[in-house]
Each structure stands twice: as structure tokens, then as C-alpha cells.
Design a protein around this ligand. Structure first.
Ligand code: G3I
Length: 353
């Protein structure tokens, strides 16, 4: 784990990035009180004015080892998402043997800070344990293994998870279902089964399907809309759609996000921005940072303008711990922690650099 440096972002920089656009967006969205009240001291307090939870993904190693990170994770946000510790490889590294310790610590942290927890994620094609990916199980055994995993994990956290990302990244960008172990062995019905099993295990949790590149109206978001329409018609217990919101300044911001999100809202589904970050080609400069602020603003406005959008979660608030540099060579600063120019936050707090 990288050592924390001075560059660790405090909530001030996150607030400074998000507070201006949050204040404006909330004030103009019709969801907040009409006047622009900049007295809110945290992102969470601002979001509350619009009936929105503002959350962050949490790196639990940083939470344990970095006091500044821990303080800001506790104070700025009203929901948290485990970045990795509820994924299959983290909780069931050996078949049938669970280690909930890291995930339980985060749930306890959230409870101590009055935060809700977005569970992430019961079923994905990535971060699967080796015993599963190398076993080449037959369809019946794989289905039984999947049902047991979803049931065991949802039962373990029963009553402590607000929203579950039940199925993560089921689609390809062209709108076809992703070629995964799940689709190949179990067929497209694995998606409905996952939701039924999760609901059986924790009837009170809100159950979401989550994906990236579905911010605007495109083949992928339309295919997802068609799927969730069918699932609702089949009375599959699905409550919402998670729109990850991983943007990059070299691509246009999804200005049609509100129109897209309305399509899901019109079905009576909840929505959430679940993993917002906006990466910049490095070294970042004021142009990149302005484009980044626009990206966050577009995502936040899309949520604020959508009746049942309940949560706006950033995928981390410190570039020191961001997934971006190790994934996109030459890009970074996705959480704006290196921003040293631009307006000081209305709360008068200083920047960190
Ligand atoms: O736990 C091991 C550790 O034992 C080992 O020493 C270390 C070095 O190899 O790797 C550690 O695992 C890493 C894991 O994060 C936990 O830190 C993996 O290598 C690394 O690939 C993994 O990256 C995560 C990535 O998902 C995996 O695809 C990122 O932190 C996480 O931010 C990212 O999050 C995903 C969402 O879950 C779904 N949406 C996309 C988003 C970005 O990819």
C-alpha cells in the first residue's frame, strides 16, 4: 500500500471541488431549498439539503493507517462503499471459508459515523478467487456455488446494507451481455437469479445493477434499460440502477445524463451515481482541472435532476489511493486532490497540495 504523503486529499479539496457545483446544482435543481446556502460545512450536509446522500468508496487500508484519510471519510460523507473488501476474492478466498473482518470493520465505522453502506459487489466477472476461476465447474455446481456465495454474503450483512450492487458490469459497450463465466455457464438468467437470491437473504436491502459507460443515452444504457424493464415485468426484485460515472476529460461529459436517468426513473427505479471520478492526462493543468470540474458537475446535476436518484458517490477522495494511475498510464488526478489553483472553498478552508 502506497505511503500517505502530503498530497493526501483532505475533505476540503473534495468539498472545494464539489461544494461549488453542489451548491449551484442543488439550488437550481428544485430539490434543495431555493437560496444558495454555502454554510453547509460538509459534502454530506450539502447533499442532505437535496435529499441526497454524498458517499465515497473507502480504501480500508488507508482507513486503518492514515488518520487524515479516516477523519475525512468520517466527516464529509453520509454513505460509504467498500472499494474492495466485500468482493468475492476478499471475503471467500477459499471455497466455503469466509473472512468478513475487513468488511465488518468498515460497516462498524459507517455505523459509528451515521453513514449508510452501499454493498459492493455480490456478483462480478472480476476479482474472483482463484479456486473459482481455475475450477472449471459444471453449470449446476457453478450455480450452486453462486447461490451459496450471494446468500451467505447477503445474510452476513443482513440489515446493515442500504443498497447492494448485486450484479456489476453485466454489459459490453455495444449493448450485448458481457462474455463472462456467468453468462457462458449459466445463461442470461443468472442476473435475475442473483437478484432473487439476494432478496431472499436480505429482503430489506435495495438491490441495484451497476455499470460504467451508461451515463448517457447509448447502446449500453439502452440495453440495460430493456433488461431492467423485462426484470420488472417478471417481478424480479430489482430496485435501482447504479451509474458508475468514471469519466475522463479527453472525452465529452455525458450532457444527456438527465434524459438517460429519467428513462430509469420513469420505470419507478431508483438510481445512483456510484463511482464518480474524472481522470486527467498528467501532468494535470488548469484546463484539465476545469474540464474535470465540469465532469463532476454534469454527473451531480444528472442525479439532482432525477427524482429517485438517492446517492452520489465518488470513487475515493484522495489521488494517493486512487485506482486510476495503475490502470490508465499517464492519467491521474481523478479525485482532484492535486488541485492547487481555482477558488478556495466557500467554507474558507485551505487547500492541501
Ligand atoms: O489484495 C491484493 C494484495 O494482496 C496484493 O499485495 C496487491 C498487489 O498486487 O494487490 C491487491 O489486490 C488489488 C486490489 O485492488 C485490492 O487493493 C488488485 O491488485 C487491484 O487490481 C485491485 O484494483 C481494484 C479494481 O477495482 C480491480 O478491478 C481497485 O482498487 C478498485 O478501485 C476497482 O474498482 C472497480 C469497481 O469495483 C467496479 N467498477 C470499476 C472500478 C475501477 O476498476
Amino acid at each position: 500500500m502506497r505511503k500517505p504523503t502530503k498530497a493526501v486529499l483532505t475533505g476540503a479539496a473534495v468539498a472545494a471541488l464539489l461544494v461549488p457545483c453542489t451548491v449551484n446544482a442543488v439550488a437550481n435543481s428544485g430539490r434543495g431549498r431555493p437560496h444558495q446556502d454555502t454554510s453547509a460545512t460538509t459534502l454530506g450536509a450539502l447533499g442532505k439539503r437535496a435529499g441526497l446522500r454524498i458517499g465515497t468508496a473507502v480504501d480500508t487500508s488507508a482507513l486503518a493507517e492514515d488518520a487524515s484519510y479516516r477523519a475525512r471519510a468520517a466527516s464529509e460523507f453520509t454513505s460509504v462503499t467498500p472499494e474492495n473488501v466485500m468482493k468475492w476474492d476478499a471475503v471467500e478466498g477459499q471455497r466455503g471459508r469466509y473472512d468478513w473482518s475487513e468488511a465488518d470493520k468498515l460497516v462498524d465505522f459507517a455505523r459509528a459515523n451515521g453513514q449508510l453502506v452501499r454493498g459492493h459487489t455480490l456478483l462480478w466477472h472480476n476479482q474472483l478467487p482463484g479456486w473459482l476461476t481455475t475450477a472449471d465447474l459444471g453449470a449446476d455446481e457453478l450455480r450452486a456455488v453462486l447461490r451459496k456465495h450471494i446468500t451467505d454474503e447477503a445474510r452476513h450483512f443482513k440489515g446493515r446494507i442500504w443498497q447492494w450492487d448485486v450484479v456489476n458490469e453485466a454489459f459490453d459497450d455495444d449493448g450485448t451481455l458481457r462474455d463472462s463465466i456467468w453468462l457462458r455457464k449459466l445463461g442470461p438468467g443468472y442476473i435475475a437469479d442473483a437478484f432473487r437470491w439476494a432478496h431472499e437473504a436480505d429482503p430489506k436491502a435495495k438491490l441495484f445493477i451497476n455499470d460504467y459507460n451508461i451515463e448517457g443515452v447509448n447502446a449500453k444504457s439502452t440495453a440495460l434499460l430493456e433488461l431492467v424493464t423485462r426484470l420488472r415485468e417478471q417481478h424480479v426484485p430489482i430496485d435501482g440502477v447504479g451509474i458508475q460515472g468514471h469519466l475522463a476529460v479527453q472525452y465529452n461529459a455525458p450532457h444527456d445524463i438527465a434524459a438517460n436517468m429519467k428513462r430509469f426513473d420513469d420505470l419507478g427505479l431508483e438510481t445512483a451515481i456510484t463511482e464518480a471520478d474524472v481522470r486527467i492526462p498528467m501532468p494535470s493543468d488548469s484546463t484539465g482541472q476545469e474540464a474535470q470540474a465540469e465532469g463532476y458537475d454534469v454527473l451531480l446535476r444528472g442525479c439532482l435532476l432525477t427524482r429517485r436518484c438517492t446517492d452520489f458517490t465518488v470513487w475515493g477522495f484522495s489521488d494517493t489511493y486512487s485506482w486510476v494511475p495503475s490502470t490508465f498510464e499517464g492519467e491521474g488526478a481523478a479525485t482532484s486532490s492535486t488541485r492547487t489553483t481555482g477558488p478556495s472553498p466557500p467554507t474558507g478552508r485551505s487547500w492541501t497540495t
